[in-house]
Design a protein around this ligand. Structure first.
Ligand code: HEC
Length: 149
């Protein structure tokens, strides 16, 4: 700090002063990591992969199908309750952003247009209602999802 004051006091060229200011701004990457895409990369991508395709036999492919859950009873709730979502080590507001980003990003355009974003209160409530029988709950929902996946 004392250093910088001395430099500015020394009447450096404006360009140099601007450079000093630019260097003291937080790095752009830190800002990105706090956003929903950054949080997806940190918290979700390890299993779901960047393109949402998942891992055959282990992690379901979200592409196209994720936007269909909104049409079946319990589907919307299910997305907020799966362990990967409910237990993500981020606060309710950040989790809401990342869940909304995930649905919008991997849904088909028509489903994306109909998707009503989760509210923070909703996600806060859902994540505290863990699923007891994930495999069967998911299978029952998937059976009812409309076609066009
Ligand atoms: C440890 C691996 C793992 C991580 C990390 C993870 N998930 Fe998942 N996710 C799964 C698996 C496996 C399923 C299928 C349901 C189940 O068995 O939990 C799933 C299901 C889902 C579903 C429901 C879709 C479906 O077809 O069942 C959504 C939405 C979802 N995850 C979003 C996320 C988001 C958002 C994050 C990050 C905040 C995340 N997941 C982190 C493994 C993971």
């Amino acid at each position: 700090m004392a250093d910088r004051r001395r430099h500015v006091g020394a009447r450096l060229l404006p360009g140099v002063v601007l450079t000093v200011l630019a260097l003291s701004a937080p790095p752009a990457v830190a800002v990105d990591a706090a956003g929903p895409r950054g949080n997806y990369m940190l918290q979700c991508m390890g299993c779901h992969l960047l393109d949402g395709s998942g891992m055959a036999g282990k992690v379901p492919d979200m592409r196209g199908i994720i936007g269909k859950f909104q049409y079946v009873e319990g589907g919307r709730e299910f997305l907020g309750r799966v362990p990967g979502v409910a237990q993500a080590p981020i606060d309710d507001a950040k989790l809401t952003d990342v869940l909304n980003w995930t649905v919008r990003n991997f849904a088909d355009p028509a489903d994306r247009a109909r998707f009503k974003p989760y509210t923070v209160d909703e996600v806060a409530r859902l994540r505290r209602q863990p699923l007891t029988d994930i495999t069967n709950t998911r299978a029952r929902l998937v059976e009812k999802l409309p076609a066009g996946q």
